[in-house]
Design a protein around this ligand. Sequence first.
Ligand SMILES: *Cc1c(COP(=O)(O)O)cnc(C)c1O
Length: 374
Amino acid sequence: MIPLHRPIYQKKEQEYIKSAMEFKTGQTSFCALCENWLTDYMKIPGMMTTSCSTALDLAAALLHAKPGDEVIMPSFTFSSTANAFVRQGLVPVFVDARKDTMNLDEKKIEAAITKRTMAIVPVHYAGVACEMDMIQQIAEQYHLSIIEDAAQGLGAYYKGKPLGSFGEFSGVSFHETKNFSMGEGGALFVKDTQRFIEAEIMADCGTDRKKVRRKETLEYTWIEKGASCVPSDISCMFLYPQLYMADEITSNRLATWEFYHNELTDLAKQERIVLPIVPKECNHNGHIFAVRLQDKEERNAMMHYLNEKGIMAAYHYIPLHSAKAGRVYGRFHGEDEVTTSESERLLRLPLYYGITAEEREQVVEAIRAWCIKK
Ligand SMILES: *Cc1c(COP(=O)(O)O)cnc(C)c1O
């Protein structure tokens, strides 16, 4: 079976696990090592969290918005993007996607802004950046915050700047399906120093325990509302060696992405499938390779064919505005010209670090066979 994702495990973890077991949660250790690496990479203070969902929860809480305030986001995204805000009583206002990248359509944002709009939440689908210049310009003009859902974006860039470094807050994910993984995990980045300290307290059960760890004070106490959002050192231990081989992981994934792109070009020319498009400002990270078929029926037919051959191709998000909770908690602004119809055509192919030449060849062969058969 060729899976859709395969987490990375290396020999190093066995060596690290002993030392990780000697540390306690969040003390010096691997958690701090990961945070140092991330902060250095992003040039913005970062903290490890138990997931990207948790990072977004913290960001949404730190917005200090009032119930009924609104945030603009794409509908073609994971539930966590919206959950974080809904849990604070905010209303997700879904805006249509761009047909090429499936990202928030920057040209449709302005019309969705109301007096209650607090923030724009760009989601960089497949590690391909949103049109950040225009999004930043709109945010400035209307005094809105940007909270970046860069769950899929680590290792990717927009005009040379890392994804996750644009927002006042941003989250990345280390879920097992992402490019860099620790099973479950994530990180939150916060531009403002004061807000970062607020986030640290909120993330550490509402206490200033981080200060004790930094030896700034001897005892810690309950300061504010908070939750338990700091991951264990054992999970950070799995991530740490991957960060140090980040370039190798990204280039390996990109090589597979390019392979699929080259091998499937003939089928695209014959208009049997549509290949992914990456705008020139974007250096992506090979997170997802998704083809598009004629319609939902064709997409499902190819998906089932590949699945039967032991190839785990998969569709992606059911748009949030048409989901049960999305209809209750959010609303779609404007026409859904792209989101639903394009999401129904989309099919992701297996892509992970270390996929073998035989495996990816098998994927391409199966797609060719299906196109001929049809
Ligand atoms: C994976 C993902 C999340 C959630 O990340 P977790 O670390 O699993 O909580 C949120 N948003 C997007 C766009 C994602 O792809």
